[in-house]
Design a protein around this ligand. Structure first.
Ligand code: SF4
Length: 342
């Protein structure tokens, strides 16, 4: 097992929480000085953030035609909005476009399922059979077709390195952390007319476990700022869902340990600002504002590329950069279930 595995990170998280509790007890002694905890995210702050988002949603939805409601903002749409508005609109109007499976996307999908297997049933012993079973159970037919199109040798070569990385990093986690996979974090605003949602790859701890709460997003590409923004958004959504912020959020990439950060006031505030901006942006597009074109490597995967005068399908694509974009962690299922009507 590697020194930087998930179990070791959780152990450290538990110890840090115990130390904080101990110091809080000492600080509350009658003669102890009062100390501010800069990481404390109060219910009042969460209420303020929710109220600001409610105000933005109510203002935006007023100009959105009924046929375009509810205004849905899963993480895949937030990422698309930050790249090209016209592509975002085109994808929303042709939701089956993302069904194509590339090797990078297939790897990301497999990685997610192996993490679930490791947490729920232990080490993956037969990756091809176990992945096929998971894909059938979830109705992931495009990925299943891709798997069935590989020879047994090709499938083994593609999947065993992923199994090895998952086994190294995700073994030995105490059941007391109560790991949960694919749990939803949804924020409904303006009486449900605006819905911001995410599917969390893995949640640990929290009230159900009596331990600090932590989130992990499984990533199969290279570390990127967009991945950090994604976990910060999840920190916000979970904070608003539970009324209390997670202690830490992390990203995990094969071959390394969790890249974890404590959830801070600045993190949830900036995530709320970005979400508010995206609500405004998507709301105005659905209300009829012409979409801007912003070419990039993503043009190759844009349903509007054939007609778009700005298209740059010649730009090189890093397969690592694509892996999570197209697999979306568990966001592939998120995208299919939530992107199809707005
Ligand atoms: S082809 Fe490129 S610039 Fe044009 S809409 Fe698609 S992503 Fe945007």
């Amino acid at each position: 097992m590697s020194a930087m595995d998930v179990a070791a990170w959780l152990d450290g998280l538990g110890m840090r929480a115990a130390e904080r509790q101990g110091s809080t007890a000492l600080d509350s002694a009658p003669d102890a000085p009062e100390l501010d905890d800069p990481q404390t995210i109060s219910p009042e702050l969460l209420n303020e953030l929710r109220a600001d988002l409610e105000a933005t949603a109510a203002w935006c939805i007023a100009s959105v035609p009924a046929a375009m409601r509810p205004l849905r903002l899963p993480k895949s749409r937030l990422a698309d909005l930050s790249r090209c508005e016209r592509m975002t609109v085109a994808k929303a109007d042709a939701p089956s476009f993302d069904d194509d499976i590339s090797p990078a996307r297939f790897g990301g999908i497999a990685l997610d399922r192996f993490v679930v297997h490791q947490l729920v049933a232990g080490r993956v012993l037969d990756p091809v059979t176990e992945l096929r079973g998971a894909l059938i159970a979830e109705g992931e037919w495009a990925a299943l077709d891709y798997l069935d199109g590989l020879s047994d040798g090709e499938a083994q070569v593609a999947l065993w390195p992923l199994v090895g990385a998952v086994t190294d990093a995700w073994s030995g986690i105490e059941a007391e952390w109560v790991p949960r996979t694919q749990s939803a974090a949804m924020l409904a605003l303006a009486d449900g007319a605006v819905i911001c949602s995410g599917l969390l790859d893995v949640e640990f701890g929290g009230q159900v476990a009596g331990r600090p709460s932590a989130l992990v997003e499984v990533k199969s590409g290279k570390p990127a700022q967009a991945h950090a923004d994604e976990v910060y958004l999840y920190a916000l959504l979970v904070s608003l869902r539970d009324g209390v912020a997670p202690a830490e959020v992390a990203r995990w990439y094969p071959g390394g340990g969790p890249v974890a950060v404590p959830v801070s006031i600045g993190m949830v505030e900036s995530a709320a600002r970005r979400l508010s901006d995206s609500i405004e942006q998507w709301g105005s597009l659905r209300a009829g504002r012409p979409a801007e074109e912003r070419p990039g490597w993503w043009c190759r995967f844009c349903p509007a590329a054939d007609e778009c005068p700005s298209a740059r399908v010649d730009l090189p694509v890093d397969p690592d950069e694509l892996a999570d974009e197209l697999a979306g962690g568990f966001g592939a299922a998120e995208s299919e279930s939530e992107d199809d009507d707005a």
